[in-house]
Design a protein around this ligand. Structure first.
Ligand SMILES: NC(=O)C1=CN([C@@H]2O[C@H](COP(=O)(O)OP(=O)(O)OC[C@H]3O[C@@H](n4cnc5c(N)ncnc54)[C@H](O)[C@@H]3O)[C@@H](O)[C@H]2O)C=CC1
Ligand SMILES: CC(C)CC(=O)C(=O)O
Ligand SMILES: [Mg+2]
Length: 356
C-alpha cells in the first residue's frame, strides 16, 4: 500500500505532519511518499500541480492532502494559482464523491457557536458532488457584454452545468450512504431559479425510484443554509452539488465546534481516495503552530477506512481523538474556559499517546 503525502501550503504542512506522525504510530505496513503541491510546487517548479506530483497521486492507493493557497498567489494567472492543484487532482483522478461528516463530539458541545442543545449528538453527512458544476463548467472568462443594458461593458462569466450521468452516479452514492445510516436524504438545490438544479432534482427523483426504502426530501439551498443553524439535527444525509456543498460544509463545520474538526474523503469509482480537512491553508495563522490538526488526523482515519481497508485502525484513531478531547486538550479554535490550550504538535503528540 502506498500513500501519497501532499502537505501543500500554509497550515497544510503543519497539520499533515501531525497526521503522518499518527499514521506512523500504527502497526501497519504502508509506504508514504511526499511531494510538493500548490504554491510550494509553483515556487519550486513553476506549476501548482507538477507532472511528478500528479503521477505520484495517480499511482498511490490513497492521497493524504493538507491545503493549498496563499494570498500572495492571488495575482497569478488562474491556471498557475495554487487552488488549481486540488481542482486538478479531483478532476484528473475522477474524485467525484466528497464525504464530509459533521459530527459534534460530546466534549465539544460547548465549543460550537450554537446553543448546546442544538448540536449535542449531531451526526450529519454532507455528500458533495466534486468534479462538476460551476467550478469546472466551460466556457468561462472575461469579455465585452454581448447584450443587455450594459452591452459592450467588460464582464465576467462562468458556466453552471451537470450531465445526467454525473448526477446519477453521485445520487447513487448518496442513497447508498443513507442506507447505512438513517435512510433519509435531503437533496439541496436551487430548482426554483436554475435550470441546472431543476435537472438535478428531476434526475435525483428518477434515481430515488431504485431506493424506495430511503426517504427523500428536497430543499432550496437558501432554506438549507437557514435550517442548518435552526435545527441541524433534522438532517441526516445532506446531498448537493459542488458549489452549494462547498459553502454548506463550511457552515456545518461550526456545528461541530470548528472548521478545524471537519474531515473529508473524496472518492472515485475505484474507491481510490484523496483525504483532506475541509478547510483551507489558513494563511492568517500559518507558521504559528496553533492550527487544529484534528480534521486532518480524522481524514487519515477515513483514509484507513475507505481506501486501505483498515477499519479497526480507523476506529482506533477516532477513539484516540475523543480521548484527547476528554482529557481537556484544545487548540485555540475549540478552546473554552476550563480546558487546556495546546498547539498543533502538542495535539498530534497527545493523539499518538492516546493511541498507545
Ligand atoms: N482544499 C484546499 O486546499 C482549500 C484551499 N483554500 C485556500 O486557502 C486559503 C485561505 O482561505 P480562507 O477562505 O481563509 O479559508 P480557510 O479555511 O483557510 O480559513 C478560514 C478561517 O478558519 C480558520 N481555520 C482554518 N483551518 C483551521 C484549523 N485547522 N485550525 C484553526 N483554525 C482554522 C482560519 O484561521 C481562518 O480564520 C485561500 O488561498 C483558499 O483559496 C480554501 C479552502 C480549501
Ligand atoms: C479550492 C476550493 C475549491 C476548495 C474548497 O474550498 C473546498 O473544497 O472546500
Ligand atoms: Mg471550501
Amino acid at each position: 500500500m502506498k500513500i501519497a503525502v501532499l502537505p501543500g501550503d500554509g497550515i497544510g504542512t503543519e497539520i499533515v505532519a501531525e497526521a503522518v506522525k499518527v499514521l506512523k504510530t500504527l502497526d501497519l505496513k504502508f509506504e508514504m511518499e511526499s511531494a510538493l503541491v500548490g504554491g510550494a510546487a509553483y515556487d519550486a517548479h513553476g506549476h501548482p500541480l507538477p507532472e511528478s506530483t500528479l503521477k505520484l497521486a495517480k499511482e498511490a492507493d490513497a492521497i493524504l492532502f493538507g491545503a493549498v493557497g496563499d494570498w500572495k498567489y492571488d495575482k497569478l494567472d488562474r491556471p498557475l494559482r495554487p487552488e488549481q492543484a486540488i481542482l486538478g487532482l479531483r478532476k484528473n483522478l475522477g474524485l467525484f464523491a466528497n464525504f464530509r461528516p459533521a459530527i459534534c463530539y460530546e466534549q465539544l458541545v460547548g465549543a460550537s457557536s450554537l446553543k448546546p442543545e442544538l448540536v449535542a449528538g449531531l451526526d450529519i453527512l454532507i455528500i458533495r458532488e466534486l468534479t462538476g458544476d460551476i467550478y469546472f463548467g466551460q466556457p468561462r472568462g472575461r469579455r465585452e457584454a454581448p447584450d443587455g443594458e450594459f452591452k459592450g461593458a467588460p464582464e465576467a462569466f462562468d458556466t453552471m452545468r451537470y450531465t445526467k450521468p454525473e448526477i446519477e452516479r453521485i445520487a447513487h452514492v448518496a442513497f447508498q450512504a443513507a442506507r447505512k445510516r438513517n435512510k433519509k436524504v435531503t437533496s439541496v438545490d436551487k430548482a426554483n431559479v436554475l435550470e441546472t438544479f431543476q435537472f438535478w432534482k428531476d434526475t435525483v427523483i428518477e434515481v430515488h425510484a431504485q431506493y424506495p426504502d430511503v426517504a427523500l426530501e428536497h430543499m432550496y439551498v437558501d432554506n438549507a443554509a437557514m435550517q442548518l443553524v435552526k435545527n441541524p439535527k433534522a438532517f441526516d444525509v445532506v446531498f448537493t452539488g459542488n458549489m452549494f456543498g462547498d459553502i454548506l460544509s463550511d457552515e456545518a463545520s461550526m456545528l461541530t465546534g470548528s472548521i478545524g474538526m471537519l474531515p473529508s474523503a473524496s472518492l472515485n469509482s475505484k474507491n481510490q481516495g484523496l483525504y483532506e480537512p475541509s478547510h483551507g491553508s489558513a494563511p492568517d495563522i500559518a507558521g504559528k503552530g496553533i492550527a487544529n490538526p484534528l480534521a486532518t488526523i480524522l481524514s487519515a482515519a477515513m483514509m484507513l477506512r475507505f481506501s486501505l481497508n483498515q477499519e479497526e485502525a480507523a476506529q482506533r484513531i477516532e477513539a484516540a481523538v475523543q480521548k484527547v478531547l476528554a482529557q481537556g486538550l484544545r487548540t485555540g479554535d475549540i478552546w473554552s474556559e476550563g480546558t487546556t490550550k495546546v498547539g498543533t504538535a502538542q495535539m498530534g503528540d497527545a493523539v499518538v499517546k492516546a493511541l498507545g
